[in-house]
Design a protein around this ligand. Structure first.
Ligand code: ADP
Ligand code: ZN
Length: 433
């Protein structure tokens, strides 16, 4: 179902018009109400009068995470605090948390965009949705929560953790949809298997997973283990939280709700727009947000954009799966390595569990990378030669994808820590030196 056909299926021309009006409006507000934005625009010698349409967006300055930290906690608000009805903070995957504030209207936009995502993933008002994203300052739990209520579905507000109870409630309440991080979905799948409750006794049919990068191979694995269809939902605290976009039933990219969040793709080095179809860093401008508008916010997320209409009927632009954050990119002996590349290799090998850890270090001034993988119990053997052959096989597969040869450590089943929120895939000991 299409939740808001008028905007989700709007012609590109109409969309540009709407975006132009909204951009002018948000720039006015940011300029007059937020000293930070005014100073930045003045530095570039521009005023809101220089913004006549969405094409002028490239005249505006970028905003980066450091700007949010530098104005901690409320320096970037564009309304008096009396208008702010909710605060959230990022989970701080990459450092000190950042704070965002929502007005009443921002919250209603948020529940609108999350409802669009859920509808695109096939969730209906007849479905009970178990929200196993964390509730609290993290945007995941409450973001999904309000969107489900807006859609008319039934929320089961579990939050993350307490895995045994998650399973019991999912079973007893007949949850049809699970919303959590893909890594927690895997953990739940493992725990369901251990619980001994037959899978047929669960009514789960759909997963709405996001908040961290995950590969197509991970999707297949989760779908098989839970017997569901798994959809990707995307968002970030700075822009609104979950609900910036999601996949539709065709799963050919993530539709972005560009009537609220205007996307650009730039080359992270030159900061210039990339050629159409080329990968780049995603930049968003929140063209309707009141509380804390973001002007050309650099997400650090790397992706591509596709403006062709989708088979589902939506015209909303689609982004490809996030390759990773530029923050997550490891440079090992000069070679760029993303955890998602390692993930895609491991998940293609039946001998290993879908849990892994990258340990990076520097020994004698040389970077080292160790990939820890868990052997599936049924592949365990005390025949040394077989284990050595297996190690060689995975080393070869990783080498051909990464372009470097990591050390491999095969560890016992269940020894890599399971995540209840965002998984930690990398330990970089070089930073401690
Ligand atoms: P933090 O920056 O502390 O992790 P957020 O919860 O705001 O806090 O995280 C947002 C980030 O999470 C995004 O910028 C992106 O890197 C990642 N993310 C969110 N959803 C997805 C998704 N569906 N696929 C890949 N990455 C995602
Ligand atoms: Zn679509």
């Amino acid at each position: 179902m299409i939740w808001n056909e008028t905007v989700e299926c709007m012609s590109r021309e109409e969309m540009r018009k709407l975006q132009s009006i909204r951009l002018k409006n948000v720039v006015e507000r940011a300029y007059h109400n937020t000293p930070f934005y005014r100073a930045k625009m003045q530095e570039m010698g521009i005023t809101p009068d220089d913004i006549a349409s969405i094409d002028d967006i490239t005249k505006l300055p970028f905003t980066v995470k450091q700007d949010l930290r530098g104005n901690y906690p409320f320096g970037l608000m564009a309304v008096p605090m009396s208008e702010v009805v909710r605060l959230h903070a990022s989970s701080g995957t990459t450092g000190k948390p950042i704070v965002v504030g929502y007005t009443r209207k921002d919250l209603s936009i948020w529940s609108e965009v999350v409802a669009r995502c859920l509808a695109a993933c096939g969730v209906t008002r007849n479905d009970a949705v178990q929200v196993s994203y964390g509730y609290g300052l993290f945007t995941g739990g409450l973001g999904l929560h309000n969107g489900i209520e807006n859609l008319g579905g039934t929320v089961i507000p579990m939050s993350s953790g307490n895995t045994q109870k998650q399973i019991q409630i999912m079973h007893d309440f007949g949850a049809k949809v699970l919303a959590c991080t893909p890594s927690y979905a895997l953990f739940l799948a493992e725990a369901i298997k251990d619980s001994g409750i037959p899978r047929e006794e669960f009514q789960l049919k759909t997963g709405v997973f996001g908040a961290e990068p995950w590969t197509e191979n991970m999707r297949k694995d989760i779908e098989e283990k839970l017997g569901i269809k798994a959809y990707d939902i995307y968002g970030l605290t700075e822009i609104i939280g979950p609900g910036v976009g999601s996949e539709c039933e065709h799963q050919d990219g993530t539709h972005l709700w560009e009537d609220h969040f205007f996307p650009e793709l730039i080359d992270p080095v030159t900061l210039q727009p990339v050629e159409p179809g080329q990968p780049g860093e995603l930049v968003f401008t929140t063209i309707t947000k009141e509380g804390m508008p973001m002007i050309r916010y650099r997400t650090r997320d790397l992706t591509t954009l596709n403006y062709e209409p989708c088979a589902c009927g939506r015209t909303a632009v689609r982004m490809s799966k996030i390759l990773g954050r530029s923050d997550d990119m490891l440079i090992i002996r000069g070679v760029n390595v993303f955890p998602s590349q390692v993930e895609s290799v491991i998940l293609e090998m039946e001998e290993f569990e879908p849990h892994y850890l990258l340990v990076v270090d520097r020994v004698n001034n040389t970077d080292t990378l160790e990939v820890q993988v868990e052997l599936r119990a049924e592949f365990y053997t005390d025949e040394m030669s077989k284990m050595i052959a297996l190690k060689k096989k995975i080393a070869h597969n990783l080498q051909s994808v990464l372009g470097i040869s990591p050390a491999i450590k095969i560890v016992e089943p269940r020894s890599i820590e399971r995540s209840q929120g965002k998984a930690k895939r990398v330990i970089d000991n070089r930073k401690l030196i």
